[in-house]
Design a protein around this ligand. Structure first.
Ligand SMILES: C[S@@+](CC[C@H](N)C(=O)[O-])C[C@H]1O[C@@H](n2cnc3c(N)ncnc32)[C@H](O)[C@@H]1O
Length: 280
Protein backbone atom coordinates (compact mmCIF):
# COMPACT_ATOMS: atom_id res chain seq x y z
CA UNK A 1 0.00 0.00 0.00
CA UNK A 2 1.50 3.35 -0.98
CA UNK A 3 1.23 6.38 1.30
CA UNK A 4 -0.56 8.15 -1.54
CA UNK A 5 -3.22 5.40 -1.76
CA UNK A 6 -3.70 5.38 2.02
CA UNK A 7 -4.03 9.15 2.08
CA UNK A 8 -6.62 9.02 -0.69
CA UNK A 9 -8.55 6.30 1.14
CA UNK A 10 -8.51 8.32 4.38
CA UNK A 11 -9.80 11.42 2.58
CA UNK A 12 -12.52 9.39 0.81
CA UNK A 13 -13.73 7.86 4.06
CA UNK A 14 -13.78 11.18 5.90
CA UNK A 15 -15.82 12.84 3.16
CA UNK A 16 -18.18 9.96 2.60
CA UNK A 17 -18.87 8.61 6.09
CA UNK A 18 -17.03 10.85 8.56
CA UNK A 19 -14.72 8.01 9.56
CA UNK A 20 -11.31 9.14 10.74
CA UNK A 21 -8.70 6.42 10.21
CA UNK A 22 -6.75 5.85 13.43
CA UNK A 23 -3.10 5.00 13.97
CA UNK A 24 -3.65 1.25 13.51
CA UNK A 25 -4.81 1.97 9.98
CA UNK A 26 -2.70 -0.50 8.00
CA UNK A 27 -4.02 -3.45 9.95
CA UNK A 28 -7.59 -2.14 9.79
CA UNK A 29 -7.43 -1.48 6.04
CA UNK A 30 -5.96 -4.90 5.34
CA UNK A 31 -8.45 -6.83 7.45
CA UNK A 32 -11.56 -4.92 6.34
CA UNK A 33 -10.72 -4.62 2.66
CA UNK A 34 -9.26 -8.07 1.90
CA UNK A 35 -12.75 -9.57 1.33
CA UNK A 36 -13.71 -6.64 -0.94
CA UNK A 37 -10.48 -7.04 -2.95
CA UNK A 38 -11.19 -10.76 -3.38
CA UNK A 39 -14.83 -10.23 -4.28
CA UNK A 40 -14.05 -7.51 -6.82
CA UNK A 41 -11.26 -9.54 -8.46
CA UNK A 42 -8.18 -7.57 -7.32
CA UNK A 43 -4.87 -9.36 -6.62
CA UNK A 44 -4.66 -7.74 -3.17
CA UNK A 45 -5.72 -4.75 -1.07
CA UNK A 46 -2.93 -2.59 -2.50
CA UNK A 47 -4.30 -3.11 -6.01
CA UNK A 48 -7.81 -2.29 -4.80
CA UNK A 49 -6.60 0.98 -3.23
CA UNK A 50 -4.79 2.03 -6.37
CA UNK A 51 -7.92 1.37 -8.44
CA UNK A 52 -9.96 3.35 -5.93
CA UNK A 53 -7.64 6.34 -6.39
CA UNK A 54 -7.18 6.19 -10.14
CA UNK A 55 -10.65 5.17 -11.35
CA UNK A 56 -13.82 7.02 -10.47
CA UNK A 57 -15.79 3.89 -9.67
CA UNK A 58 -18.76 4.85 -7.51
CA UNK A 59 -19.79 1.24 -6.81
CA UNK A 60 -16.30 0.44 -5.56
CA UNK A 61 -16.23 3.51 -3.34
CA UNK A 62 -19.56 2.54 -1.77
CA UNK A 63 -18.33 -1.02 -1.17
CA UNK A 64 -15.07 0.20 0.40
CA UNK A 65 -16.83 2.78 2.60
CA UNK A 66 -19.31 0.16 3.78
CA UNK A 67 -16.57 -2.40 4.51
CA UNK A 68 -14.60 0.13 6.58
CA UNK A 69 -17.50 0.83 8.98
CA UNK A 70 -17.43 -0.80 12.40
CA UNK A 71 -20.72 -2.61 12.88
CA UNK A 72 -20.25 -4.07 16.35
CA UNK A 73 -23.61 -4.27 18.17
CA UNK A 74 -25.67 -6.64 20.27
CA UNK A 75 -29.06 -6.94 21.90
CA UNK A 76 -29.60 -4.62 24.91
CA UNK A 77 -26.02 -3.32 24.51
CA UNK A 78 -24.83 -1.66 27.74
CA UNK A 79 -28.22 -2.42 29.39
CA UNK A 80 -28.49 1.03 31.06
CA UNK A 81 -29.96 2.91 28.06
CA UNK A 82 -32.75 0.33 27.90
CA UNK A 83 -33.35 0.32 31.66
CA UNK A 84 -33.58 4.12 31.60
CA UNK A 85 -36.03 4.01 28.72
CA UNK A 86 -38.19 1.56 30.63
CA UNK A 87 -38.09 3.20 34.06
CA UNK A 88 -38.01 6.94 33.26
CA UNK A 89 -38.44 7.95 29.66
CA UNK A 90 -41.35 5.79 28.59
CA UNK A 91 -43.49 6.65 31.66
CA UNK A 92 -42.68 10.38 31.29
CA UNK A 93 -43.43 10.59 27.58
CA UNK A 94 -46.53 8.40 27.89
CA UNK A 95 -48.14 11.12 30.05
CA UNK A 96 -47.84 13.78 27.37
CA UNK A 97 -48.19 11.95 24.06
CA UNK A 98 -51.91 12.34 23.46
CA UNK A 99 -51.74 10.57 20.09
CA UNK A 100 -50.16 7.55 21.78
CA UNK A 101 -47.18 7.52 19.43
CA UNK A 102 -43.65 7.89 20.77
CA UNK A 103 -41.22 8.52 17.94
CA UNK A 104 -37.83 6.88 18.33
CA UNK A 105 -34.90 7.17 15.94
CA UNK A 106 -32.00 4.72 16.07
CA UNK A 107 -29.53 6.80 14.10
CA UNK A 108 -26.82 4.19 13.45
CA UNK A 109 -28.68 0.94 13.90
CA UNK A 110 -26.13 -1.45 12.39
CA UNK A 111 -27.69 -4.92 12.05
CA UNK A 112 -30.86 -4.10 13.98
CA UNK A 113 -30.22 -5.37 17.51
CA UNK A 114 -30.74 -1.91 19.05
CA UNK A 115 -34.17 -1.13 17.52
CA UNK A 116 -35.36 -4.73 18.02
CA UNK A 117 -34.32 -4.55 21.69
CA UNK A 118 -36.59 -1.51 22.06
CA UNK A 119 -39.51 -3.25 20.37
CA UNK A 120 -39.14 -6.31 22.63
CA UNK A 121 -38.90 -4.05 25.67
CA UNK A 122 -42.07 -2.24 24.64
CA UNK A 123 -43.80 -5.57 24.14
CA UNK A 124 -43.09 -6.31 27.82
CA UNK A 125 -44.35 -2.90 28.91
CA UNK A 126 -47.47 -2.85 26.72
CA UNK A 127 -49.82 -3.97 29.52
CA UNK A 128 -48.81 -0.92 31.57
CA UNK A 129 -49.09 1.45 28.60
CA UNK A 130 -51.84 -0.02 26.42
CA UNK A 131 -52.36 3.22 24.48
CA UNK A 132 -48.70 3.76 23.62
CA UNK A 133 -47.04 2.69 20.38
CA UNK A 134 -43.38 3.11 19.51
CA UNK A 135 -42.84 4.48 16.03
CA UNK A 136 -39.26 3.37 15.38
CA UNK A 137 -37.12 4.59 12.51
CA UNK A 138 -33.76 2.83 12.21
CA UNK A 139 -31.11 4.17 9.86
CA UNK A 140 -27.56 3.37 8.87
CA UNK A 141 -25.12 4.16 6.09
CA UNK A 142 -24.35 0.49 5.42
CA UNK A 143 -26.48 -1.44 2.89
CA UNK A 144 -24.98 -4.67 4.19
CA UNK A 145 -26.14 -3.93 7.75
CA UNK A 146 -29.58 -2.76 6.69
CA UNK A 147 -30.14 -5.92 4.66
CA UNK A 148 -29.29 -8.08 7.64
CA UNK A 149 -31.43 -5.98 9.97
CA UNK A 150 -34.41 -6.25 7.66
CA UNK A 151 -33.96 -9.98 7.26
CA UNK A 152 -33.99 -10.31 11.06
CA UNK A 153 -31.80 -13.42 10.90
CA UNK A 154 -29.15 -13.90 13.59
CA UNK A 155 -26.55 -16.53 14.43
CA UNK A 156 -26.56 -18.53 17.65
CA UNK A 157 -23.70 -16.32 18.89
CA UNK A 158 -25.65 -13.15 18.16
CA UNK A 159 -28.80 -14.24 19.98
CA UNK A 160 -26.72 -15.31 22.96
CA UNK A 161 -25.19 -11.83 23.32
CA UNK A 162 -27.36 -9.74 25.65
CA UNK A 163 -30.73 -11.23 24.78
CA UNK A 164 -32.62 -12.64 27.79
CA UNK A 165 -33.56 -16.26 27.17
CA UNK A 166 -37.26 -15.53 27.80
CA UNK A 167 -37.24 -13.01 24.95
CA UNK A 168 -35.36 -15.37 22.68
CA UNK A 169 -37.95 -18.08 23.25
CA UNK A 170 -40.83 -15.67 22.80
CA UNK A 171 -39.67 -13.73 19.76
CA UNK A 172 -37.33 -15.99 17.74
CA UNK A 173 -37.66 -19.20 15.82
CA UNK A 174 -34.87 -21.48 14.67
CA UNK A 175 -34.38 -21.63 10.89
CA UNK A 176 -31.62 -24.11 10.03
CA UNK A 177 -28.52 -22.75 11.80
CA UNK A 178 -29.98 -19.28 12.30
CA UNK A 179 -32.55 -17.59 14.52
CA UNK A 180 -35.30 -15.52 12.90
CA UNK A 181 -37.03 -12.70 14.75
CA UNK A 182 -40.83 -12.84 14.64
CA UNK A 183 -42.65 -10.93 11.87
CA UNK A 184 -44.46 -8.93 14.59
CA UNK A 185 -41.21 -7.55 16.01
CA UNK A 186 -39.57 -7.17 12.61
CA UNK A 187 -42.44 -5.19 11.13
CA UNK A 188 -42.36 -2.72 14.04
CA UNK A 189 -39.19 -1.08 12.73
CA UNK A 190 -38.88 1.05 9.61
CA UNK A 191 -35.40 0.86 8.08
CA UNK A 192 -33.88 3.49 5.84
CA UNK A 193 -30.43 4.15 4.46
CA UNK A 194 -29.12 7.44 5.81
CA UNK A 195 -25.77 9.13 6.11
CA UNK A 196 -25.42 11.22 9.27
CA UNK A 197 -23.23 13.67 7.35
CA UNK A 198 -26.21 14.62 5.18
CA UNK A 199 -29.02 17.06 5.81
CA UNK A 200 -31.10 15.21 8.41
CA UNK A 201 -34.27 17.31 8.28
CA UNK A 202 -36.15 14.62 6.36
CA UNK A 203 -36.07 12.48 9.54
CA UNK A 204 -38.74 14.74 11.07
CA UNK A 205 -39.47 15.41 14.75
CA UNK A 206 -38.42 12.70 17.20
CA UNK A 207 -39.08 12.10 20.89
CA UNK A 208 -36.07 9.91 21.57
CA UNK A 209 -32.84 9.54 19.60
CA UNK A 210 -30.43 6.67 20.08
CA UNK A 211 -27.13 7.69 18.48
CA UNK A 212 -24.77 5.26 20.10
CA UNK A 213 -21.24 4.24 19.23
CA UNK A 214 -20.93 6.10 15.96
CA UNK A 215 -19.83 9.63 16.93
CA UNK A 216 -16.59 8.15 18.29
CA UNK A 217 -15.45 7.58 14.71
CA UNK A 218 -15.95 11.24 13.69
CA UNK A 219 -13.79 14.33 14.20
CA UNK A 220 -14.92 17.14 16.50
CA UNK A 221 -16.42 19.31 13.81
CA UNK A 222 -18.48 16.43 12.39
CA UNK A 223 -19.72 15.40 15.86
CA UNK A 224 -20.81 18.99 16.48
CA UNK A 225 -22.66 19.22 13.16
CA UNK A 226 -24.49 15.92 13.71
CA UNK A 227 -25.44 16.78 17.31
CA UNK A 228 -26.73 20.21 16.33
CA UNK A 229 -28.89 18.74 13.59
CA UNK A 230 -30.24 16.21 16.09
CA UNK A 231 -31.11 18.96 18.57
CA UNK A 232 -33.25 20.58 15.86
CA UNK A 233 -35.11 17.31 15.28
CA UNK A 234 -35.67 16.44 18.92
CA UNK A 235 -38.88 17.43 20.71
CA UNK A 236 -38.24 19.94 23.51
CA UNK A 237 -39.08 17.31 26.12
CA UNK A 238 -37.25 14.53 24.28
CA UNK A 239 -33.88 12.99 24.96
CA UNK A 240 -30.75 11.70 23.27
CA UNK A 241 -28.80 8.57 24.14
CA UNK A 242 -25.10 8.43 23.31
CA UNK A 243 -22.72 5.48 23.71
CA UNK A 244 -20.78 4.87 26.92
CA UNK A 245 -17.59 6.39 25.45
CA UNK A 246 -19.34 9.43 23.96
CA UNK A 247 -20.34 12.84 25.30
CA UNK A 248 -21.54 16.27 24.19
CA UNK A 249 -19.23 18.01 26.64
CA UNK A 250 -16.56 20.07 24.89
CA UNK A 251 -18.37 19.62 21.56
CA UNK A 252 -21.59 21.61 21.69
CA UNK A 253 -23.89 23.16 24.27
CA UNK A 254 -27.15 22.40 22.46
CA UNK A 255 -27.45 19.37 24.76
CA UNK A 256 -26.64 18.86 28.41
CA UNK A 257 -26.29 15.64 30.41
CA UNK A 258 -29.24 14.50 32.52
CA UNK A 259 -27.93 14.49 36.08
CA UNK A 260 -27.61 10.99 37.45
CA UNK A 261 -28.41 9.35 34.12
CA UNK A 262 -25.28 8.21 32.34
CA UNK A 263 -25.31 8.54 28.55
CA UNK A 264 -28.58 10.50 28.51
CA UNK A 265 -28.83 14.09 27.25
CA UNK A 266 -31.60 16.67 26.99
CA UNK A 267 -31.78 19.88 25.03
CA UNK A 268 -30.22 22.80 26.83
CA UNK A 269 -32.57 25.53 25.66
CA UNK A 270 -35.75 23.64 26.39
CA UNK A 271 -34.82 21.95 29.63
CA UNK A 272 -37.63 23.69 31.54
CA UNK A 273 -40.12 21.61 29.56
CA UNK A 274 -38.36 18.28 29.95
CA UNK A 275 -40.62 15.89 31.86
CA UNK A 276 -37.83 13.34 32.20
CA UNK A 277 -36.61 14.82 35.43
CA UNK A 278 -37.58 12.16 37.95
CA UNK A 279 -34.04 11.54 39.13
CA UNK A 280 -32.68 15.04 38.46
C1 LIG B 1 -20.60 0.41 16.15
S1 LIG B 1 -22.09 0.45 15.22
C2 LIG B 1 -23.23 0.97 16.49
C3 LIG B 1 -24.54 0.22 16.43
C4 LIG B 1 -25.50 0.52 17.59
N1 LIG B 1 -25.90 1.90 17.60
C5 LIG B 1 -24.89 0.13 18.92
O1 LIG B 1 -24.49 1.00 19.67
O2 LIG B 1 -24.81 -1.08 19.19
C6 LIG B 1 -21.83 1.94 14.27
C7 LIG B 1 -22.74 2.04 13.05
O3 LIG B 1 -22.63 3.36 12.52
C8 LIG B 1 -22.76 3.28 11.12
N2 LIG B 1 -22.20 4.50 10.53
C9 LIG B 1 -20.91 4.87 10.40
N3 LIG B 1 -20.80 6.05 9.79
C10 LIG B 1 -22.06 6.46 9.54
C11 LIG B 1 -22.62 7.62 8.91
N4 LIG B 1 -21.85 8.59 8.44
N5 LIG B 1 -23.96 7.70 8.81
C12 LIG B 1 -24.76 6.72 9.29
N6 LIG B 1 -24.30 5.60 9.88
C13 LIG B 1 -22.96 5.48 10.00
C14 LIG B 1 -22.00 2.01 10.74
O4 LIG B 1 -22.39 1.51 9.50
C15 LIG B 1 -22.34 1.09 11.93
O5 LIG B 1 -23.39 0.23 11.61
Amino acid sequence: MTPEDIEHLAATLKTRSGLILGSDKTYLIESRLAPVARREGFANVAALLTALRTKRDEKLMVAVTDAMTTNETFFFRDKVPFDQFKSDILPALAKTRISGDIKVWCAACSTGQEPYSLVMLMDEMQMLFPRIKLDILATDISDRCLEKAQAGLYTQFEVQRGLPITMMVKHFEKVDEMWRISPKIRSSVRYKKMNLLDDLRMVGKQDVIYCRNVLIYFDLETKKRVLEQMANLLADDGCLFLGAAETVLGITDVFKPMPGMRGLYIKNAASAQAPIRKTA
